[in-house]
Design a protein around this ligand. Structure first.
Ligand code: CA2
Length: 166
């Protein structure tokens, strides 16, 4: 009689398999990082943040798909891509996090872990930043640590992705 296949992924079955990448998506105006308002968002550019994310993800054996868009529809297309091609999603939706039902609806279709990420701490800022359509569908939120928020969010995403696939 043939033995039943294991119901979990063994070290052998994982060997040589590269996990799916972690998607790190940034929304409108974040292309201006390092150029404007460093007192709020820090002096790192988005490219500096990409390098930080790649390093942190690599220490967990992940690659990163790192993208920024000023367009709601493009972000939604990438969220849909992450649904099939990613192991987790880190999202700083910027202003769209406070306004976009369409982004919220797209995020609800994902079964991979979602981390809502912010450079500043929106809860300590103007009232209109206190509500988030992203945090309602995220596993967790990392905010207030500048560029380090992205690193921490990538680490949380990698750990959650590992827990899901174990
Ligand atoms: O703290 C964050 O990461 C935010 O998501 C940034 C958004 C803001 O609407 C959220 O409430 C919190 C704004 C991004 C604007 O990015 C800029 C970057 C440099 C200069 C000016 C704007």
């Amino acid at each position: 009689m043939t033995p039943a296949p294991p119901r979990y992924k063994t070290a052998e079955s994982l060997a040589g398999q590269m996990p799916k990448p972690i998607y790190v998506l940034s929304g409108p105006n974040l292309n201006l990082l390092g150029v404007r308002e460093p007192e709020i968002y820090g002096s790192d550019t988005l490219d500096d943040i990409r390098v930080r994310c790649e390093r942190r993800a690599a220490s967990f054996g992940h690659e990163v798909v790192f993208r920024q868009s000023n367009h709601e529809g493009e972000l939604i297309d990438w969220v849909q891509e992450a649904r099939t091609n990613g192991s987790a999603l880190v999202l700083n939706a910027a202003g769209y996090g406070h306004t976009s039902v369409a982004l919220h609806d797209a995020l609800k279709t994902l079964s991979i872990p979602i981390v809502d990420c912010h450079l500043s701490n929106p809860a300590a800022r103007e009232r209109f930043r206190h509500f988030s359509y992203v945090s309602r569908v995220a596993k967790g939120v990392v905010s207030g640590f500048g560029a380090v928020s992205y690193e921490l969010a990538v680490e949380a995403a990698a750990r959650m992705a590992a827990a899901v696939s174990a």
